[in-house]
Write a protein that binds this ligand. Structure first.
Ligand code: AMP
Length: 264
């Protein structure tokens, strides 16, 4: 299963992603966590991202796409993943489409956590106070003024993704203001429903097949000639082995990322 959790900062994406990790054995790919790790390690991406993140603005698309493209390549992401905090812009969503298409993969669902921004601000202020009370260090962007900027960035740059995924018929919206367990149940319900049409189609096909086999060939019907599948055609959903060209391409991340983030 390949999922996206969409929602403004503080909507509970991280909490729900963790529940999905526990229930479905998927890996959580949080670009916020990856970027914070890059900042801490002082990598070139981290150096570039540090001040931008502290201001509550979005890190440039090419930097984020590069880390996501590399992360999705890792073996633990092969059986599915939850993207938490990515994509955050339409060009990032387009780049993700290209990354998945190159692997013959598709998104199963995008879950939007819908929240009230006013209540969200109160929630984050409370979280800041609780973190301080525990004597823990605050994140550089745990500041109401920065949060406001992050909410504006969400409204202006990320909210257009709702229409983007609605058009692609993968968007499911849940009430993110409900208690954590209720939100988790609502997400599970949406995922079951999203999987149901696929399962129903497979069931119908198998019933048709069984009927056909039980009846035998129709009188006067020509024997069925099965087309040989082309040996070159990759099977949908199956990862192709990486040839020399692909290996060489991944050794040149900047060129690859430029292609992935190119505007259509
Ligand atoms: P998060 O932990 O997801 O709230 O992300 C923290 C910060 O990391 C954001 O405010 C951005 O500055 C940066 N960030 C995380 N994900 C992205 C992304 N997909 N695109 C751009 N910036 C991001």
């Amino acid at each position: 299963m390949r999922l996206i959790l969409l929602g403004p900062p503080g909507a509970g994406k991280g909490t729900q992603a963790q529940r999905l990790v526990d229930e479905h054995g998927l890996v959580q790919l949080s670009t916020g966590d990856m970027l914070r790790a890059a900042v801490k390690a002082g990598t070139p991406v981290g150096v570039r991202a540090k001040d931008i993140m502290a201001r509550g603005e979005l890190v440039p698309d090419d930097a984020v796409v590069e880390i996501v493209a590399d992360r999705i390549e890792r073996s633990d992401a092969r059986n599915g993943f939850i993207l938490d905090g990515f994509p955050r812009t339409v060009p990032q969503a387009q780049a993700l489409d290209r990354i998945l298409a190159e692997k013959g993969l598709a998104l199963d669902a995008v879950i939007e956590l819908k929240v009230d921004e006013g209540i969200l601000l109160d929630r984050i202020k409370r979280r800041i106070e609780e973190t301080k009370a525990r004597g823990e260090r605050l994140r550089a962007d745990d500041d109401p003024a920065v949060l406001l900027r992050r909410l504006i960035a969400y409204r202006e740059q990320t909210a257009p993704l709702i229409a983007y995924y609605l058009q692609r018929r993968v968007l499911h919206t849940v009430d993110g203001m409900a208690p954590v367990d209720t939100v988790a149940d609502a997400i599970s319900d949406k995922l079951r429903r999203a999987a149901a049409p696929v399962a129903a189609t497979a069931r119908k096909a198998s019933v048709r097949m069984e009927k056909k086999t039980a009846m035998g060939p129709r009188k006067g019907s020509k024997p069925e000639i099965r087309k040989k599948s082309s040996p070159k055609a990759p099977k949908a959903g199956i990862r192709k082995s990486r040839g020399g060209a692909a290996r060489r391409a991944s050794a040149r991340p900047n060129k690859r990322v430029r292609r992935l983030t190119k505007r259509r």
